[in-house]
Design a binder for this molecule. Structure first.
Ligand SMILES: C[S@@+](CC[C@H](N)C(=O)[O-])C[C@H]1O[C@@H](n2cnc3c(N)ncnc32)[C@H](O)[C@@H]1O
Length: 241
Protein backbone atom coordinates (compact mmCIF):
# COMPACT_ATOMS: atom_id res chain seq x y z
CA UNK A 1 0.00 0.00 0.00
CA UNK A 2 1.44 3.44 -0.89
CA UNK A 3 1.15 6.48 1.38
CA UNK A 4 -1.84 7.95 -0.50
CA UNK A 5 -3.75 4.72 0.11
CA UNK A 6 -2.65 4.70 3.77
CA UNK A 7 -3.90 8.26 4.24
CA UNK A 8 -7.24 7.40 2.64
CA UNK A 9 -7.47 4.28 4.79
CA UNK A 10 -6.88 6.33 7.97
CA UNK A 11 -9.49 8.91 6.89
CA UNK A 12 -11.88 6.11 5.94
CA UNK A 13 -11.88 4.97 9.57
CA UNK A 14 -13.23 8.36 10.74
CA UNK A 15 -16.91 9.26 11.08
CA UNK A 16 -16.61 12.92 10.15
CA UNK A 17 -19.80 14.26 11.78
CA UNK A 18 -19.76 18.06 11.59
CA UNK A 19 -16.64 18.86 9.57
CA UNK A 20 -14.89 22.25 9.41
CA UNK A 21 -12.41 22.91 6.57
CA UNK A 22 -10.26 25.97 7.31
CA UNK A 23 -8.77 27.99 4.40
CA UNK A 24 -10.94 25.92 2.13
CA UNK A 25 -10.11 27.70 -1.15
CA UNK A 26 -12.27 26.08 -3.82
CA UNK A 27 -13.21 23.27 -1.42
CA UNK A 28 -10.92 20.59 -2.83
CA UNK A 29 -10.33 19.11 0.64
CA UNK A 30 -14.08 18.99 1.30
CA UNK A 31 -14.49 17.09 -1.97
CA UNK A 32 -11.72 14.72 -0.88
CA UNK A 33 -13.32 14.23 2.57
CA UNK A 34 -16.75 13.54 1.03
CA UNK A 35 -15.11 10.71 -0.87
CA UNK A 36 -12.72 9.48 1.85
CA UNK A 37 -14.47 9.80 5.24
CA UNK A 38 -16.40 6.80 6.59
CA UNK A 39 -19.44 9.09 6.79
CA UNK A 40 -20.28 12.71 7.64
CA UNK A 41 -23.16 14.95 8.65
CA UNK A 42 -22.32 18.39 7.30
CA UNK A 43 -19.40 20.53 6.10
CA UNK A 44 -18.50 24.15 6.72
CA UNK A 45 -15.70 25.60 4.60
CA UNK A 46 -14.21 28.91 5.77
CA UNK A 47 -11.75 31.17 3.99
CA UNK A 48 -10.63 34.79 4.26
CA UNK A 49 -11.53 35.17 0.57
CA UNK A 50 -15.13 34.76 -0.56
CA UNK A 51 -15.16 31.68 -2.77
CA UNK A 52 -18.47 32.71 -4.29
CA UNK A 53 -16.51 35.39 -6.17
CA UNK A 54 -14.34 32.74 -7.80
CA UNK A 55 -14.92 30.81 -10.99
CA UNK A 56 -14.82 27.07 -10.65
CA UNK A 57 -13.06 24.90 -13.22
CA UNK A 58 -14.74 21.76 -11.87
CA UNK A 59 -17.98 21.10 -10.04
CA UNK A 60 -18.63 23.53 -7.17
CA UNK A 61 -18.81 21.53 -3.96
CA UNK A 62 -20.53 24.44 -2.18
CA UNK A 63 -23.65 23.91 -4.30
CA UNK A 64 -24.27 20.72 -2.34
CA UNK A 65 -27.02 20.91 0.37
CA UNK A 66 -24.74 19.61 3.12
CA UNK A 67 -21.81 21.97 2.40
CA UNK A 68 -21.76 25.62 3.49
CA UNK A 69 -19.25 28.43 3.10
CA UNK A 70 -18.56 31.36 5.43
CA UNK A 71 -15.96 34.06 5.05
CA UNK A 72 -13.81 33.99 8.18
CA UNK A 73 -10.25 34.59 9.38
CA UNK A 74 -8.67 31.33 10.54
CA UNK A 75 -7.03 33.19 13.45
CA UNK A 76 -10.39 34.32 14.88
CA UNK A 77 -13.00 31.69 14.04
CA UNK A 78 -16.49 33.00 14.73
CA UNK A 79 -17.55 29.52 15.86
CA UNK A 80 -18.50 28.03 19.23
CA UNK A 81 -16.13 25.99 21.40
CA UNK A 82 -16.29 22.21 20.80
CA UNK A 83 -18.80 22.65 17.96
CA UNK A 84 -17.09 20.39 15.36
CA UNK A 85 -16.30 16.67 15.23
CA UNK A 86 -13.58 16.99 12.59
CA UNK A 87 -11.36 19.89 11.49
CA UNK A 88 -9.19 19.90 8.37
CA UNK A 89 -6.77 22.41 6.90
CA UNK A 90 -4.51 21.67 3.93
CA UNK A 91 -1.88 23.53 1.86
CA UNK A 92 -2.44 26.61 3.99
CA UNK A 93 -0.13 26.67 7.05
CA UNK A 94 2.34 28.88 5.17
CA UNK A 95 -0.51 31.27 4.28
CA UNK A 96 -1.33 32.02 7.94
CA UNK A 97 0.28 35.01 9.66
CA UNK A 98 0.41 33.02 12.91
CA UNK A 99 -0.11 29.27 12.33
CA UNK A 100 0.21 28.45 16.06
CA UNK A 101 -2.78 30.72 16.73
CA UNK A 102 -4.76 28.85 14.05
CA UNK A 103 -3.80 25.55 15.72
CA UNK A 104 -5.19 26.95 19.02
CA UNK A 105 -8.42 27.89 17.25
CA UNK A 106 -8.69 24.37 15.78
CA UNK A 107 -8.40 22.90 19.29
CA UNK A 108 -10.98 25.34 20.64
CA UNK A 109 -13.70 24.54 18.09
CA UNK A 110 -13.01 20.77 18.08
CA UNK A 111 -14.93 18.60 20.54
CA UNK A 112 -12.97 16.26 22.83
CA UNK A 113 -12.38 13.01 20.91
CA UNK A 114 -12.76 14.83 17.58
CA UNK A 115 -10.32 14.38 14.68
CA UNK A 116 -7.88 16.70 12.95
CA UNK A 117 -6.26 16.50 9.52
CA UNK A 118 -3.46 18.96 8.82
CA UNK A 119 -1.40 18.88 5.64
CA UNK A 120 1.09 21.10 3.88
CA UNK A 121 4.02 20.83 1.49
CA UNK A 122 7.45 21.23 3.05
CA UNK A 123 10.72 22.72 1.91
CA UNK A 124 13.45 20.25 2.91
CA UNK A 125 14.42 16.75 1.75
CA UNK A 126 13.09 17.29 -1.76
CA UNK A 127 14.49 15.98 -5.05
CA UNK A 128 15.97 18.42 -7.59
CA UNK A 129 12.74 18.33 -9.61
CA UNK A 130 10.64 18.98 -6.49
CA UNK A 131 13.00 21.84 -5.55
CA UNK A 132 11.72 23.63 -8.67
CA UNK A 133 8.26 23.64 -7.07
CA UNK A 134 9.68 24.76 -3.70
CA UNK A 135 11.73 27.59 -5.26
CA UNK A 136 8.78 28.77 -7.39
CA UNK A 137 6.58 28.69 -4.29
CA UNK A 138 9.07 30.76 -2.31
CA UNK A 139 9.20 33.29 -5.17
CA UNK A 140 5.37 33.49 -5.17
CA UNK A 141 5.46 33.99 -1.40
CA UNK A 142 7.96 36.88 -1.69
CA UNK A 143 5.69 38.62 -4.23
CA UNK A 144 2.57 38.12 -2.10
CA UNK A 145 4.41 39.37 1.00
CA UNK A 146 5.56 42.49 -0.91
CA UNK A 147 1.91 43.07 -1.87
CA UNK A 148 0.87 42.82 1.80
CA UNK A 149 -0.66 39.32 1.51
CA UNK A 150 0.28 36.82 4.27
CA UNK A 151 2.38 34.16 2.54
CA UNK A 152 5.69 32.84 3.86
CA UNK A 153 8.16 30.32 2.51
CA UNK A 154 6.91 26.78 3.07
CA UNK A 155 8.00 25.27 6.39
CA UNK A 156 10.46 22.46 6.93
CA UNK A 157 9.00 19.06 7.83
CA UNK A 158 10.18 19.49 11.43
CA UNK A 159 8.52 22.92 11.72
CA UNK A 160 5.19 21.37 10.66
CA UNK A 161 5.69 18.51 13.15
CA UNK A 162 6.45 21.08 15.89
CA UNK A 163 3.24 22.97 15.11
CA UNK A 164 1.19 19.76 15.30
CA UNK A 165 2.97 18.57 18.47
CA UNK A 166 2.17 21.93 20.06
CA UNK A 167 -1.56 21.15 19.76
CA UNK A 168 -1.39 18.40 22.38
CA UNK A 169 -3.34 15.88 20.26
CA UNK A 170 -3.36 12.21 21.15
CA UNK A 171 -2.54 9.42 18.68
CA UNK A 172 -1.04 11.52 15.91
CA UNK A 173 0.01 9.69 12.76
CA UNK A 174 2.20 11.30 10.10
CA UNK A 175 2.17 10.47 6.40
CA UNK A 176 4.54 11.88 3.78
CA UNK A 177 3.07 12.10 0.31
CA UNK A 178 4.72 12.85 -3.04
CA UNK A 179 3.75 12.03 -6.58
CA UNK A 180 7.03 11.57 -8.45
CA UNK A 181 5.44 9.78 -11.37
CA UNK A 182 5.68 11.07 -14.93
CA UNK A 183 8.45 12.99 -16.70
CA UNK A 184 9.57 16.09 -14.79
CA UNK A 185 9.96 18.00 -18.04
CA UNK A 186 6.57 16.88 -19.38
CA UNK A 187 5.12 19.85 -21.24
CA UNK A 188 1.73 19.84 -19.46
CA UNK A 189 3.47 19.88 -16.08
CA UNK A 190 5.97 22.64 -16.92
CA UNK A 191 3.35 24.74 -18.75
CA UNK A 192 1.14 24.74 -15.62
CA UNK A 193 3.98 26.17 -13.50
CA UNK A 194 4.91 28.62 -16.28
CA UNK A 195 1.33 29.93 -16.30
CA UNK A 196 1.53 30.43 -12.52
CA UNK A 197 4.81 32.32 -12.94
CA UNK A 198 3.23 34.52 -15.63
CA UNK A 199 0.26 35.20 -13.32
CA UNK A 200 2.59 36.25 -10.50
CA UNK A 201 4.70 38.44 -12.82
CA UNK A 202 1.49 40.27 -13.69
CA UNK A 203 0.62 40.62 -9.99
CA UNK A 204 4.11 42.04 -9.33
CA UNK A 205 4.20 44.53 -12.21
CA UNK A 206 3.82 47.63 -10.02
CA UNK A 207 6.28 46.58 -7.31
CA UNK A 208 9.38 48.82 -7.08
CA UNK A 209 11.78 45.84 -7.41
CA UNK A 210 10.01 44.40 -10.46
CA UNK A 211 13.29 44.11 -12.43
CA UNK A 212 14.80 41.84 -9.77
CA UNK A 213 11.56 39.83 -9.59
CA UNK A 214 11.62 39.40 -13.37
CA UNK A 215 15.25 38.24 -13.27
CA UNK A 216 14.28 35.59 -10.69
CA UNK A 217 11.43 34.50 -12.96
CA UNK A 218 13.89 33.98 -15.83
CA UNK A 219 15.99 31.68 -13.61
CA UNK A 220 12.88 29.70 -12.64
CA UNK A 221 11.72 29.39 -16.26
CA UNK A 222 15.16 28.12 -17.32
CA UNK A 223 15.12 25.63 -14.45
CA UNK A 224 11.70 24.38 -15.55
CA UNK A 225 13.06 23.58 -19.03
CA UNK A 226 16.37 22.13 -17.85
CA UNK A 227 15.42 20.29 -14.63
CA UNK A 228 11.61 20.02 -14.82
CA UNK A 229 9.22 19.93 -11.89
CA UNK A 230 7.45 17.58 -9.52
CA UNK A 231 5.14 18.63 -6.70
CA UNK A 232 6.90 19.02 -3.33
CA UNK A 233 6.33 16.30 -0.73
CA UNK A 234 3.48 17.03 1.66
CA UNK A 235 3.20 16.02 5.29
CA UNK A 236 -0.24 15.00 6.55
CA UNK A 237 -0.93 14.65 10.27
CA UNK A 238 -4.06 12.90 11.49
CA UNK A 239 -4.77 13.09 15.22
CA UNK A 240 -7.43 13.03 17.90
CA UNK A 241 -8.20 15.64 20.55
C1 LIG B 1 -3.14 27.34 -1.20
S1 LIG B 1 -4.77 27.70 -0.79
C2 LIG B 1 -5.33 26.14 -0.14
C3 LIG B 1 -6.77 25.86 -0.44
C4 LIG B 1 -7.28 24.46 -0.07
N1 LIG B 1 -7.22 24.24 1.36
C5 LIG B 1 -6.55 23.38 -0.82
O1 LIG B 1 -5.92 22.52 -0.19
O2 LIG B 1 -6.63 23.37 -2.06
C6 LIG B 1 -4.64 28.70 0.66
C7 LIG B 1 -5.94 29.28 1.12
O3 LIG B 1 -5.77 29.92 2.39
C8 LIG B 1 -6.66 31.02 2.45
N2 LIG B 1 -6.25 31.87 3.58
C9 LIG B 1 -5.11 32.57 3.70
N3 LIG B 1 -5.07 33.21 4.89
C10 LIG B 1 -6.23 32.91 5.53
C11 LIG B 1 -6.78 33.27 6.79
N4 LIG B 1 -6.12 34.09 7.64
N5 LIG B 1 -7.98 32.78 7.14
C12 LIG B 1 -8.66 31.97 6.29
N6 LIG B 1 -8.19 31.58 5.09
C13 LIG B 1 -6.99 32.05 4.70
C14 LIG B 1 -6.51 31.63 1.08
O4 LIG B 1 -7.55 32.53 0.75
C15 LIG B 1 -6.51 30.36 0.20
O5 LIG B 1 -7.81 30.03 -0.22
Amino acid sequence: MNNAEQIDQAIGAISGGRVLDIATGTGSTIQWMIEALKDYEWFLGVDSVDITLRTFEDENVFESDDVEFQRMDAHHLELNDASFDTVTTTRSLHHFADPAQVMDEIMRVLRPGGHVLIGDMYSDNQTETQMTHVLAHHWWARIDAALGIDHTETYTRQQIVDLVEGMGLSRVEYYDYADLGGEATDIARTEFTKRQIARYLDKAKDLPNFDAIQAEAEVLLRRLDEVGVHGATMLFAIGEK
